[in-house]
Design a protein around this ligand. Structure first.
Ligand code: GDG
Length: 477
């Protein structure tokens, strides 16, 4: 069955010269009864980054629809061939919620929570990765570049290489790669490294991710390392870092629209026209440091360094991975803290913390960024953090201050933010005060520099750089 349809994403600037096949846990489209085709673009940066390029070059995407036991026949949408991979209810529990999100996710984020290492979950992870590899092997054209994404699919490259040594295989990890001391806890550590070494190119967000992976390959598998090339079992893999970004022009354009301006001013009014709006926007994930920033806010209200009559905090916490216990615990703790702070410092009709456990529309989100005077991005560990970049792109007024954790990948580039170690309570409080009290001139200088940086290194540039590296490793082979 073949359906043809269109989505509303902008055309690409640069195109690959060879057929490209993307593999990611999720497809670029999700089921949507409201549309004519029954599909609409999936939310998220990856789709925004890759869909225009794929659409223009006529590529292929292999992934899961997001629904259990959902195996529609391959179809074409907007010039992209979509190949759904079926995942059962049990596999969602074991491969996705279990091994990926309760095993790998905490381990790759500084072991902030205890990982579950369970052989049944590993078997399901292996099985689903194999299903992806078989699908890719069956459909990749002879001179294709296959680009695999993220921690759910780390075994795919070697599995695919065994079946299709003729294609170029690349991988990009969206989350941090941990140091060897932490990674070694994983009972299946050698298999994961071997899986990734099936690639011609392995990409990370930060140089430290690439260095950690290289150290693991050397120490665990005795692979030979020569600068950025790792040789194992007679095969070379090039390792590099490619910091992901956002569609700067799109966010800027949305932020400049009349509808957004109106919404921003409505939000400010509804919040009681405070002098300072402190803003947090995150998936409700324990890596993001939401509780930590609420505690810092509370401590500053308590000490009188912040005045509840002048400041409000807005925290958007998007629901995520609700079946995983660590996420349920984190939600309870955040909601307890919000209740405690509001109980103590709010006035009638004027809560001091506005907490939304919801997914907002992108329009609302951009308007909220514009309303935020101080953006708090305080993860304990984060691959990149696109919220920090979106905030800068949305601040077309050239004002606003970003408080940014040193442990977010974005800190490598966004050096004009107020950088902070979120593990240091007092330093975080001081960073918030610095941001709130910063003079207009300094705010504008810093925001100007942040905006220049994100404009220069946008998501199209990221995709172009990765693609150029893939083409150059394939010429090398
Ligand atoms: C992983 C890595 C890396 C959030 N709330 C709403 C909403 N969002 C959107 C934001 C942003 C995205 O979600 C979140 O991206 P982040 O980068 O901040 O974080 P992760 O989801 O953890 O992403 C991360 C990223 O992959 C890319 O490589 O940067 O380090 O962990 O785009 O705008 N969007 C809407 N409503 C919301 O309420 N519409």
């Amino acid at each position: 069955m073949t359906e043809a349809a269109t989505t509303d994403l902008a055309p690409a600037k640069g195109n690959p010269t060879r057929p490209i096949v993307i593999a990611a846990n999720r497809l670029p489209v999700m089921r949507d009864d409201e549309t004519e085709t029954g599909w609409s673009p999936s939310p998220g940066g990856l789709v925004r980054a890759l869909l225009p390029m794929l659409r223009d070059s006529g590529g292929t995407w292999v992934g899961w629809t997001g629904e259990a036991d959902d195996a529609p026949a391959p179809f074409t949408i907007d010039g992209i061939d979509v190949h759904p991979v079926e995942i059962s209810t049990e596999e969602i529990e074991l491969y996705y919620e279990g091994f990926s999100n309760d095993g790998l996710w905490p381990l790759y984020h500084d072991a902030l929570r205890e990982s579950t290492f369970d052989a049944h979950q590993w078997d399901a992870y292996h099985r689903v990765n194999e299903r992806f590899a078989i699908t890719l092997a069956n459909i990749a054209p002879p001179d294709a570049i296959v680009w695999v994404h993220d921690y759910q699919l780390q075994l795919v490259p070697a599995m695919l290489r065994r079946q299709r040594p003729d294609v170029t295989i690349a991988f990009f990890l969206h989350i941090p790669f941990p140091p060897v001391e932490l990674f070694s806890r994983l009972p299946w550590r050698d298999q994961i490294i071997e899986g990734l070494l099936g690639c011609d190119l392995v990409g990370f967000q930060r140089p430290i991710g690439a260095a950690n992976f290289t150290a693991c390959a050397h120490q665990l598998l005795d692979a030979k390392v020569d600068d950025d090339v790792i040789t194992h079992a007679g095969h070379d893999s090039v390792v590099g870092h490619f910091p992901i970004s956002i569609d700067f022009a799109e966010v800027e354009e949305m932020a400049a629209g009349r509808a957004t301006r109106k919404l921003t001013s409505q939000f400010r009014t509804r919040l009681g026209d405070p002098e300072v709006i402190l803003l947090g926007v995150d998936r409700l994930d324990y890596t993001k440091g939401i509780g930590l920033r609420l505690r810092a806010f509370a401590a500053l209200l308590e000490s009188g360094e912040l005045d509840a009559e002048r400041c409000v905090m807005v925290q958007v916490a998007t629901p995520t991975r609700e079946a995983v216990e660590h996420y349920q615990d984190e939600r309870h703790e955040i909601e307890r803290l919000v209740g405690e702070i509001n109980g103590r410092y709010s006035r009638i009709g004027l809560p001091v913390v506005h907490y939304l456990y919801q997914t907002l529309s992108y329009d609302d989100l951009i308007a909220l960024y514009r309303a935020g005077d101080v953006m708090l991005v305080t993860p304990f560990r984060d691959g990149m953090n696109l919220v920090a970049k979106e905030y800068a792109a949305a601040h077309i007024d050239g004002d606003g201050v970003l408080v940014l954790s040193e442990f977010a990948g974005a800190a490598d580039e966004l050096t004009d933010a107020v950088l902070v170690n979120p593990h240091d309570d007092r330093a975080l409080q001081e960073a918030i005060i610095t941001a709130v009290e910063m003079h207009r001139g300094e705010r504008r200088t810093r925001m100007g520099a942040l905006r220049d940086q994100v404009r220069r290194m946008d998501v199209q540039g990221w995709a172009d750089r990765f693609l150029a590296a893939m083409e150059s490793v394939s010429e090398r082979a």
